[in-house]
Design a protein around this ligand. Structure first.
Ligand SMILES: [Zn+2]
Length: 88
């Protein structure tokens, strides 16, 4: 239950900021859908709508292929804030 509370907000963050197109180079946008281990978060946790979740999934996979975000993260790196690596 404590785990759940972290993702309490149910609204779609992308709808709120009126995101029409998600660029795979825009890591700051994608981080809403990524967990701290750079895994794609399921929609039931992020509260993203179907449309934006699909867009984010495609963009994240492209970003991984382009080495903008890592596929996996080592145990040491999890301790620090992963989004500091990406930058805002
Ligand atoms: Zn949305």
């Amino acid at each position: 239950m404590a785990e759940r509370r972290k993702y309490k907000k149910r609204y779609c963050k992308y709808c709120e900021s009126k995101v029409e197109f998600m660029d795979y180079k825009d890591a700051a946008l994608l981080k809403n859908t990524l967990s701290e281990r750079f895994k794609i978060m399921p929609r039931r946790l992020t509260g993203n709508c179907k449309r934006h979740q699909d867009m984010a999934t495609i963009a994240i996979k492209r970003a991984r292929a382009a080495a903008i975000i890592p596929y996996t993260i080592s145990r040491k790196e999890v301790v620090i804030n992963p989004f500091e690596i990406i930058g805002r």
